[in-house]
Every structure is written in structure tokens, then in C-alpha cells.
Ligand binder design. Structure first.
Ligand SMILES: Nc1ncnc2c1ncn2[C@@H]1O[C@H](COP(=O)(O)OP(=O)(O)OP(=O)(O)O)[C@@H](O)[C@H]1O
Ligand SMILES: Cc1cn([C@H]2C[C@H](O)[C@@H](COP(=O)(O)O)O2)c(=O)[nH]c1=O
Length: 215
């Protein structure tokens, strides 16, 4: 009799602009997947490991001018490298599902679409840092900007971090970049984030139903 086979877990990233409801929905998705009998690891970017959480403070704190776009992209890629190698890969290898609040598509949308770096440069950094690892499914929550800003402002009492506080044009470019990924890449799905939290969860579950089926 051979050794027991551990089936690799699934990797889902949740993306979108500020305040669209990612954290709220991740908790609901995790509860559903756990109920289906899978072990789920919840994590976030930038962050998830001690080193990456330290980079999070560096890159999201301080003045708006603290980092130029290329340095910012390198910091996100370094945080992601540690996150993938120390947390995400081992969890998937042990059969856990991993749900990450943001992943590589945030770098492509914010440092690419928003700050003007090329997708090629960002993916090159990702190849070096994380061997180009991509999620099995990426769910992008989309919400009218005014509603998202008002949700985030109510939650943060108008204390945005150095990226959240950027111009409306920046955030609109980020949103357009997210949409363009979904148009080109089947793993990426756009999900309407308006309405009640339960209604949004139902839409998200539709987009991962194939992953929950037995192989
Ligand atoms: N469907 C919803 N309807 C109304 N309010 C919501 C809904 N979903 C989340 N919220 C509220 O909106 C705020 C932002 O939600 P949440 O923190 O989940 O968003 P987020 O995308 O993780 O934000 P950020 O990117 O800034 O971390 C929270 O106060 C949350 O309770
Ligand atoms: C991973 C990643 C994140 N960002 C930005 C997006 C947000 O403004 C913050 C993270 O804050 P949140 O409240 O945890 O959503 O960081 C980015 O610009 N590039 C990235 O790769």
C-alpha cells in the first residue's frame, strides 16, 4: 500500500478597490467552504507573514510621497515572495484552501493601471519573487466608487492610508485595470458588490462552484 495522497488545496484571491466589501465577503466564503469539509486559511496582502506585515507598515504608512512607484512595486513583490514561500505554498501543499485578501492582481492594478508601470515589469517581479504563481480563481468585487468611498470612510473615520487616499482618477484607473484582466483571463471574474452582503456572497459562490465539485 502506498503513502496516503494529499490533494493540493485551492487558492482564491479576492480583489477590488477600497471599501468594496472584500473582508466581509472573505469571512462569508470561508464559512461556506469550511462547512463543505475543507480546511481554510485566510490571509491578506500586503501581509500574512511577519516579514510581509513589516513591509505592509512601511508601504502603507507615512507620507504620500514616501515611495516612488518602482520602489513601491518592489516592496509589494518582496512581501508577496515571503507570503507565498512561507505561508501560501505550504498551506496548499497540506491540502488547505487559501483565501487571500488581494494578491498579484492588486500590484497589476495599483502599481500598473494606477501608477503607470507596465504589466510586463510587474509580472517579471512576480516571476522572480514568487515564480509567477497565480490563484486558481480571482474574484474582483466591483462597486460604484462613491458608495465604496462612503463605506470605507465610515469604517476608517476618514483616515485613509497612503494608497487609499489617492485621487479619484487613480482609483478609477485601478478599477479599469481590474476589468481588463477579467476580459482577458478566464481565472479572473468580476462580481457585482452592490446590495446586501448575503446577495454578494451568493454571487461569489456561483463563481467558485466548479472548484468545490469533487475532482
Ligand atoms: N454589502 C454591504 N452593504 C453595506 N455595507 C457593507 C457591505 N459589505 C461590507 N460593508 C461595510 O463596508 C465597510 C467596508 O467593507 P470591508 O472592510 O469588508 O471592505 P474591504 O474591501 O475589505 O475594504 P478595504 O479594501 O479598504 O480593506 C465595512 O464597514 C463593512 O461592514
Ligand atoms: C497587495 C497590494 C495592495 N495594494 C494597496 C491596495 C490598498 O490600497 C492597500 C491594502 O489595503 P487593504 O485595506 O488591506 O485593502 O494596498 C497595492 O497597491 N498593491 C498591491 O500589490
Amino acid at each position: 500500500m502506498g503513502a496516503p495522497v494529499t490533494v493540493r488545496g485551492r487558492f482564491i484571491s479576492i480583489e477590488g478597490g477600497e471599501g468594496v466589501g472584500k473582508s466581509t465577503q472573505i469571512a462569508a466564503l470561508a464559512a461556506f467552504i469550511t462547512q463543505k469539509g475543507f480546511e481554510v486559511l485566510l490571509t491578506r496582502e500586503p501581509g500574512g507573514t511577519e516579514g510581509a506585515e513589516t513591509i505592509r507598515q512601511l508601504v502603507l504608512g507615512g507620507s504620500a510621497e514616501r515611495w516612488m512607484p518602482r520602489a513601491e512595486a518592489l516592496l509589494f513583490a518582496a512581501a508577496r515572495s515571503d507570503h507565498v514561500e512561507r505561508l501560501i505554498e505550504p498551506a496548499l501543499a497540506s491540502g488547505k484552501w487559501v483565501i487571500s485578501d488581494r494578491f498579484i492582481d492588486s500590484s497589476r492594478a495599483y502599481q500598473g493601471g494606477g501608477s503607470g508601470l507596465s504589466d510586463n515589469d510587474i509580472m517579471t517581479l512576480h516571476q522572480i519573487g514568487s515564480r509567477g504563481m497565480l490563484p486558481d480563481r480571482t474574484l474582483i468585487l466591483r462597486l460604484d466608487t462613491k458608495e465604496a468611498v462612503s463605506r470605507a470612510a465610515a469604517r476608517d473615520q476618514n483616515q485613509p492610508d497612503r494608497i487609499q487616499g489617492r485621487t479619484e482618477i487613480f482609483h478609477s484607473d485601478v478599477d479599469m485595470a481590474f476589468v481588463s484582466f477579467a476580459e482577458r483571463e478566464p481565472r479572473v471574474r468580476l462580481v457585482d458588490a452592490s446590495g446586501t452582503a448575503d446577495a454578494v456572497t451568493a454571487r461569489l459562490l456561483t463563481e467558485i462552484s466548479d472548484l468545490l465539485e469533487p475532482a
